[in-house]
Structures are given as C-alpha cells and as structure tokens.
Design a protein around this ligand. Sequence first.
Ligand code: GLY
Length: 377
Amino acid sequence: MKITKEQKIWVDQTIGKIEAKMYDVAVRNVHKIPYLSESGVYNDMSESKVYWWTNGFWPGIMWQMHHLTGEAVYRQAAEETEEKLDRNFLMAEKLDHDNGFKWLLSAVADYRIMGSSESRNRGLLAAQLLAGRYNPAGRFLRAWNEWGGQKHTGWAIIDCMMNLPLLYWAWEETEDPRYLQVADGHGKTALRHFVREDNSVRHIVELDPDTGEFVREHGGQGYGEGSSWTRGQAWGIYGFLLSYIHTGDREYLYTSQRIANYFLANIPENNLIPADFRQPPECGWEDDSAAACGACGLLELSKYVGEADCRLYRDRAVRLLQTLDRECLSWSRKTDHLLERCTVAFEGDRHNHPLIYGDYFFIEALLKLADKELFVW
Ligand code: GLY
C-alpha cells in the first residue's frame, strides 16, 4: 500500500513490536482459544464454549503471524484450534451466521497457506451450513438461533456481511453458483434495509420471514433503536466492500463509501471510538475493536477509490491506528492482549475490556499497511 515515509517508519516499528510481543503470547497460550483477557491473561474457550463466535480470531492472528514470520508455534496454535472447532459441527443449535468468522480465519486460512484437503473440507462444510440458513422467500440469512431467550426467525444483522466471504470463497472454490446466489441475495437485502438515509447502519433488522418485508429495526448491541453501534458501522464499511471485491457490483462499493464517510464524520475530536456514536455524552464506553475494524475497512476501501478519497481513507485509518497505539495498547510482553478498551455490547458487563477481535483487526490493519497481510476474506 502506498504510504508516506513517516507512516512507513511508524508501520515498521509497530510491526516489529507486534512480532516481539506475539511470539511470547503464542508460546504462553499455544493450547488455548482466547476470547478476552483478565488481568493480562487470555482466557480459554476450548472446553467452556468451543462454539463461540469469536473462536476464529485466535487462529486468524496465528495465521497472520505465521504468514509474516514463518514461526512454527503460530501454525501449531492455529491447527490445534481448527481441530477443536470440529466439535462445533455437531452442535446444530450452536451454529449460526458466524460460520465465516469461525472457519474463514481458521480452516480456510489454513487451506490458503498449506493447501490441506482436510481444511478445505471444513471450509466447505461450514459454507454449506451457513448457506442452509438462507430464507429464500425473504432473501436473507437468518441471524442467531435465539437472542434474549427467544427465537427470532426474521432477524438479520449487519455483522453477517463479514461472514459472506465464506460463501464467496466456496463459490470460487467449487464454481457452484448457489453460494454466490445466497451471498449476493443476502447482500442485496442488506443494501435495501440496513443503511439509513443519513448513511448510518442499523444493527438488527426484523423482516417478515414469509415475505421478507421490513418490519422494524432493533438497537441490538448498540445504545438503542435508532442509534449507531460503532462496531456495526465498521462491519458495514468492510462487509459491503468485501461483497464488492467478490462480485464486482458497484452498489456495494458506493454503500461501503457512504458508511465510511458517515463514520469519519462522526469520530470525536480525541479520535477514540465510542461504543455507539449516539450514546449519551457522559458515557465513557469505548470500542477499540470498532476503531481497528473500521481502519481495516478504510484501508481496503482506499484501494478501490480515486486518489483524493484513497489518501483520505488511508490517512484517517492510520490516525485511528496511531491513536490506538499511543493510548489504548498494552505493549508489555507480560500481558497477552493488545487493545485495552473494547466493548462487547452496550447492554451487558464487558465495557472497555480487552477482546480478541480487537487484537485481530489491529494486526490485520498494520499488515495491510505493510503489504504483508494474508487476505483471509
Ligand atoms: N455480534 C458480533 C459482534 O459483537 O460484533
């Protein structure tokens, strides 16, 4: 990626720090599947929640680091997680729209690097299970199996845009157009119902499961109905762009740009991303993962737009990442996590906390800037 001399100096230094820290982190945690860290120590989801939606981010980090350094410990950790995730294939109620996050970053990444037929098989199985969630009458992929104890058969969520690349990969891999039809069918429904007139993005959209008609929106993980959950805005920027990259349909590109411009216009003066752009001003909850994922989306988007926009998206992404580096990062080699202040959801008890996906997107963004990324989407 074309970056300035000053940016390159910072990128090289930061990647050097990531390399030094992540080696120690991988050695310490090689047998875990981390989700969050408590007092600087990663937890382990291997036994308690092997089905959790974030379980692809650890192998994702490991494959990015293996791609960067060739160190065997990263491959060992990634492969161990990939094998553990096989148990999830036998849990029908614990498989949902998040198959992309889980298996693109584990099995499909492994297949892209090592070419193993076992990993390809896992990726295709995950894609088939994801495609099975498609509602053909409503043309959308159903979100979770239950939320708040209730089954909502008409719910679709913006996060799902990041999972569609599993279907695009399966289509490209097998040349079976069904995968494309499902992914693009959901993508087109999302274009219609998720992006508001002011270019902000809804988290949950409720559709009539028999007709696909819009019923209403829900606040989901954001502050409330009509609010602007920042990680959802980041999923929108990056997710719609990924559909453009795989289909060539420019409506996805324009939509990604509309959301990106909205995102940039709403970043506060201090350049720290709140949990929701519309949360009360006195609320101090931040989401570093929205900053890191938003930066990834902006950097990727910068490759597909004219020169002025390219510079704008790249420079604003770098500023977001530099702010994270300066104010939100634990560079100590004794702590496991990188980003300190991520938020799971507005409701709930995990605010301003280290979460594995924040770390994944921070690393992916830095590697994008250095042209050293393994493109997993
Ligand atoms: N539901 C996925 C997320 O927290 O972004």
